[in-house]
Design a protein around this ligand. Sequence first.
Ligand code: SF4
Length: 562
Amino acid sequence: MAKKQTPNILIPPDQVQVKVAEWQSRNEPVLLGEGQEPLFLELVAELLGKRPLTSKKYQHTMRTYARQGLPWLSKSNVIRLYEELCEAGWAEFDPDVRIHLQMKPIRSQAGVTVVTVLTKPYPCPGKCIFCPTDVRMPKSYLHDEPGAQRAERHGFDPYAQTAARIRALEQIGHPAEKIELLILGGTWSSYRRDYQEWFVKRCLDAMNGEDSETLVEAQEKNAVGPRRNVGLVVETRQDHVDVDELRWLRYLGVTKVQVGIQSLDERVLALNNRGHDVQSTRDAFRLLRLGGFKIHGHWMANLLGATPESDVADFGKIWADTAVRPDELKLYPCMLVENAELYDYWQRGEYQPYDEETLTELLVACKVQVPRYVRLNRVIRDFPTTNVVAGNKKANLRQIALNRMAERGLQCNCIRCREVRRHKVTREDVQLRIETYETDATTEHFLSFETDDDKLAGFLRLSLPHKDAPHPLPELENHAMIREVHVYGPALNLGEGSSGEAQHMGLGSELIHKAKEMARDAGYGRIAVISAIGTREYYAKYHNFQMDGLYMTADLMVNGEL
Ligand code: SF4
């Protein structure tokens, strides 16, 4: 009998390096070496000359340039690097590059365009042992993170960063009329307030395309301008949140606050030198929630003193403790980098990062616990892996964990995993669903439009403050609060339609109407909304809200009508 032939699946030795490079290129952002920019632009020009650009031709061209020292680049990395170089002034942007490489324009899946900017390097009041320090960067950011490099190129100037990002996005056909501004860098509240005010004003100036004298003037222009700020996010520490800070953040136009929970175990917090206790997180979250802010928590696994078992239990406390329960969460397993104090613990043998298998199982155990009202935004911090000294280096661990869950018939119920994205849905495809949960200070209603197969087309967070406790912002007594309205669909320019996409079926209006009805039925006389500057017109025009101090509010009893 003829011997059965085993298919040859071995990679020839001379191909191993190329395959590894290809894999890395697909899984992590690749950076050019010093002085490689001209060679890279030559590669782009050569790729442009190959029509049609078959996969074979792409590989062949890439191989030629890899031999000359360029890293192996996937098409998406070529496009990203090309856009970054154009932004930095190395070349005139040619939209044909993206089209030619057949990458679809990036469309925002969540309906808005995110513009990320970094504040200037500045010390942080925190002394957390796991947090990297790089004097060239704001605390906790590494010099070679792509976003950080972009900010550095612009001298951390808010105007230059925002303008360049908008320009780059618009050049590649990405609408930038609805912008969520994400301000990153250490602890926002520890920067001087005059710097904070100037920083936000300059970002708005860039969106407005013209300078203003004051922040308020810039906000007024933005409220009716061509590129509206529909969300403003900052990151701060829980021990910097008090009533005065709530008012200040609102004055700036902030709508969402990122706070590092990191752990709900006092011992772990102390061992890692967080400098605050669990109660501090609870207090900050209560104030933020009553102030209508969206709360975006960060939680870390594998901190000093934690074990995989204690981590799973600690993760459970985030949802079991009614005073915590954030709206969004980033789950960051601690990453060991050389310029953090934790590195010394590791060298002394007092700290050990989990291996990939342990981490994958931990992610599975955490993901199955996430409630339906939470968006799990990110799993794994996107440090370039070259900085990670030991432990997991895989940036795609979330996908690995999801695959494992699927094998076991488990699923993640978080918002991100259920977003309808670009699927076409009609009004008949979705039903209103209301999920109610308690916090220490409010009753939260999560109103959502969902399809039969559990896809989420939009949602609203209605917060009803408990009436038996005084409100930290007295002007909001007897007010229900809309903390978030989010309807999915690609980011379309104002006035542009796209049939079948969730943003344009009036789902947002239906959700707001329902929220008003529920608030009125629960006995609230008025309702407030933490509207971003650029959504004010919408709430005023379509839902009878008016500016009323730091919030927009509406009467729930006008002529018996909502
Ligand atoms: S508070 Fe945040 S930025 Fe500051 S040291 Fe701690 S982790 Fe780093």
